[in-house]
Structures are given as C-alpha cells and as structure tokens.
Design a protein around this ligand. Structure first.
Ligand SMILES: Nc1nc2c(ncn2[C@@H]2O[C@H](COP(=O)(O)OP(=O)(O)OP(=O)(O)O)[C@@H](O)[C@H]2O)c(=O)[nH]1
Ligand SMILES: [Mg+2]
Length: 455
C-alpha cells in the first residue's frame, strides 16, 4: 500500500443529511484537527486518547457556548482518511450544526469538497478507486442485494480479481523482457495460452456487467394491455398500495403512474399505463401514446389480458405490435378468480402467467418470472460475487480485452516481441485505471465529485 501523504490543510463538513434530526455530525480530517478542537472544545478531560468519546461544549471566539456535544477523537492512521479525524456530534438542528461548522472553519479548517474525505482515504492508500466507488454505491443502494454487492466491492473482492489479471499480464511482460534481453537463457513458453487465460478472466468480468447493471440501476417494468384488463389493479397489488385509480369503466387510467418495488433484491420502477386500443378520444389517445413510449423504453413489459373475457382484436393487435420485442415480454392473464373465457393463441399459451390482482393470486410466481427474465436462472452467492456495475469499469475491461486480443494477433502474425509487450502494457494500464493505479487526476476528481459533501 502507498505511503501516506501529508495534506497541508484540514478539511471539515457536515456529514449528516441536511434537515432536522436528533444529532448532526461535523467531521474534520487533517493534521490540525486536534489543534482546532482544543481551541473550541471545553471539557473536563485533561488528556485525550484516540478512539474515545468526550463530552463537553463547543465555544466560539466570544466565549459563548455554541452547543453541548460529544466528540469522537480518532488519531491517524486507523481512521477513515488515515489522518487525524474528529467528529463532533451536536444537536441535530440546522442552526446548531451550522454554527459548530462555522466555529471549526473560523479556527483554521477548510470546507471539504464533495467526497473529499473518501478521496483522502484513496490518496492515502487506505482504499483503491474501486473501493472508493463502492462507498458511493453503498450510500445509493436501493436494495439489500445492491448493497451486498457494493460491500463486496468495498472489501476488495473485485479489486483482487482485477489485480490477479494485472499480475498475470505483468508476468508475461516480464518473461518477454527477459527473453529480449537474454535470448540465450530465456525462452517464452506458452505465451498464447497465458494471454488467453488472462482474456478469459477479463471476459468473465465483462459478462457480469449486464447483471451488475440490473442489480445496481434496477429495472423498469411497463404494464400494458387493452382497457379494463386490470393493469392498475396489478400495479397496486405488486406495490402493495392503492396508488392507481381502479374502476370498472374502461379508459380509467390516462397518465402514466409509477411505483417502486423490490423484487427479491432487484429494484424496479413499475409503470401503469392507459389501456391501448383503437379510439377517437383525443385525451385517451395521448395516454395511449405515452403507454407505447413506456413499453418501448422498459426493460420488461407485462402484457396483460383479461381471462374473464374473450381474446379479441385489441389483444391480438397488441400481441402483433410487440412480437418483435418478445424477449422482454411476460404474458399475464388476470382475473383468474372469475369464470374463464379467454383462449389465447397457441404461441403464448405455454408462457401465460395466471394471476388475480384483486385476490393477490399468482403474484409470487409473477415476481419470480420477472426476476428470471432479467437475471436468468443463475443463482449466485451474494456474499462472494463480484459484478461490474459501472460503465467506467466495463469500458476499461473492454479496452483491456481488445489490447490482449491485439497481442494475440501480434503473436499469430509473428511480429517482434517488443510489439507484443506494448499491447500487454496497454492492457495492464487499462486494468490499472479501474483500481486507480494508472488513472488520471481528472478522472479521479470526476469520480469524487459525485459524492455528497461530508463523505
Ligand atoms: N374479479 C376480478 N376483478 C378484477 C381483477 N383485477 C381487476 N379487476 C377489476 O377490473 C376492473 C378494471 O380494473 P383496472 O385495474 O382499473 O383495469 P385497467 O386495466 O387499469 O383499466 P384502464 O385503466 O381503464 O385501462 C375493476 O373493476 C377491477 O376491480 C381481478 O383479478 N379479479
Ligand atoms: Mg388503469
């Protein structure tokens, strides 16, 4: 791990969310944290120990009490940033927290930029760039699964996989250089196979990106169907709340209504739409246009039929219209609690998922079908698995894969070994950009700017 850098300035920020709460935390990090604290903190303690909590008062320059606080003192290097860190727990009113922050700033700290605490942890070598990015993902995660995957990344599981690939490439480069320098003593053995092994590892990570994106970003599900089949009822049933108006009048829903649900770890935005059919009602037609756009942009379409009515031309038109995106459609027959009249075309009969939105029947099966449609049947061990959830990582892996491929071509066309070494170095650098070993300051700055202030 990289040696610790000494930053000249001490940074400070409010680390808790904006708004009123029971407590608010002002955090400081840097070499003067303790000195600043001593100027503004009055307590009954004579000496302070690291990783201890002290009770006392924050006092301003006029010797007035700003707030009664608890202070956590954490001395370097075993801290978030690897610098001296002080956290002042004050009363959670906006005014208290703000005045404590102002007092800290007046005594020599500088207001931290977004993500600057985590950036220092990175620059001080405590975490790599992948782990720093995992911190953002943990904060933003919407489901337990997304959080677990981000925790795995924070614990270094993905970094380890990238580092293994890098090490493998480095070994090949070392062999080539030795063979170039000492051609009599060194012979390059199984070069192609070794590159192929590295490529497979990189490919496996690239392949995880689709799943990673779903876990990380979630999915959008559009419910479509002709009027009155129970689309709004299905939204309400899946969301377990009465969001959309349900009536027995066809054409009830005009606008798009959305809810967020969690399908066994996959965050989903679910959209209820206007019933699609032929109509001259201009307002209804506006809704129908919106419904079609929703379906086009969705990851999953639930095409709903009414099992208690005959399969008619409106149903058939929908089936025809969405045939071309059949891979993202689940066919759902609703109202199975009523006497059945529907006879769907043979083509989709086997695939039909039967539910009763009104009676909560078949919903578990529907959820699991949605999940397998987006994630496949793969069962993964969420405590261990690494997924590529981030476009930056994916494009770096693709670049590394391409460079390795070029290296293979170089071997196949029997070009000189030093050319090979250039391709391999490129691949190595692309992978290094993921963990931050070979990343420009500009990209690192861009990553940290996505953080909230105080993290
Ligand atoms: N028996 C029964 N009735 C249902 C079921 N689901 C919906 N309904 C009824 O069917 C009617 C239409 O339901 P909605 O959910 O409003 O249907 P919709 O598809 O959203 O209709 P539009 O918005 O008009 O396109 C209402 O009277 C519901 O109570 C069900 O599973 N069983
Ligand atoms: Mg509706």
């Amino acid at each position: 791990m990289e040696a610790r850098k000494i930053f000249e300035d001490t940074i400070a920020a409010i680390s808790t969310p904006v708004g009123t709460g029971a407590i608010g935390i002002v955090r400081m990090s840097g070499k003067d944290s303790l000195k600043i604290l001593k100027n503004i903190f009055k307590c009954n303690c004579h000496e302070v120990l690291s990783h201890h909590i002290y009770h006392g008062f924050i006092i301003n320059s006029k010797n007035e009490i700003v707030d009664e606080v608890l202070v956590n003192i954490m001395l370097a290097p075993k801290t978030y940033t690897r610098e001296d860190v002080v956290e002042i727990n004050c009363h959670g009113g906006l005014l208290c927290i703000d005045q404590v922050l102002q007092t800290v700033l007046e005594n020599g700290a500088r207001l931290a930029e977004p993500g600057e605490f985590t950036k220092r942890a990175y620059l001080n070598g405590r975490i790599d760039l992948l782990q720093a990015e995992a911190v953002i993902d943990i904060i933003n995660s919407k489901t337990n699964l997304a959080k677990q995957i981000a925790f795995n990344q924070l614990n270094g599981s993905l970094s380890q996989k990238i580092n293994e690939c890098m090490q493998q490439i480095l070994d090949i480069i070392a062999q080539i250089e030795a063979a170039i320098d000492y051609p009599e003593e060194y012979e390059i053995l199984n070069m192609k196979e070794k590159i192929e092994v590295a490529m497979q590892k990189v490919k496996k990570l690239i392949d995880s990106a689709d799943t990673g994106k779903i876990i990380h970003d979630g999915i959008t599900i559009a419910i479509i169907g002709k009027p009155n089949v129970g689309k709004s009822s299905l939204l309400n049933a899946l969301a377990e709340k009465n969001s959309a108006i349900v009536t027995d009048t066809p054409g009830t829903t005009r606008d798009v209504i959305h809810e967020y649900i969690n399908i066994d770890g996959v965050a989903a935005k679910i959209l209820d739409t206007a019933g699609i059919h032929h109509t001259n009602d201009s307002i209804e037609n506006l809704g129908i246009e919106k419904a079609k756009i929703c379906a086009d942009n969705a990851d999953v379409i639930l095409l709903v039929f009414d099992a208690s009515r005959e399969f008619d031309l409106d149903d058939q038109n929908l089936l025809d219209a969405y045939k071309k995106v059949a891979q993202k459609i689940l066919f759902v027959e609703n109202k199975i609690d009523l006497p059945q009249k529907i006879l769907v075309p043979e083509l989709i009969r086997e695939k039909l998922i039967s539910v009763s939105a009104q009676n909560n029947l078949g919903l578990e099966n529907l959820r699991s079908k949605i999940k397998s449609l987006v994630l496949g049947e793969s069962i993964f061990d969420k405590n261990n698995e690494s997924f590529i959830c981030n476009m930056r990582h994916k494009s770096a892996l693709l670049n590394a894969y391409n460079s390795l491929n070029v290296a293979l071509d170089t071997i196949n066309s029997q070009m000189p070994d030093d050319l090979l070494s250039i391709d391999l170095r490129d691949a190595y650098d692309f992978l290094g950009a993921i963990t931050g070993q070979s990343v420009s300051d500009k990209i690192a700055d861009e990553i940290f700017s996505k953080f909230c202030v105080g993290k």
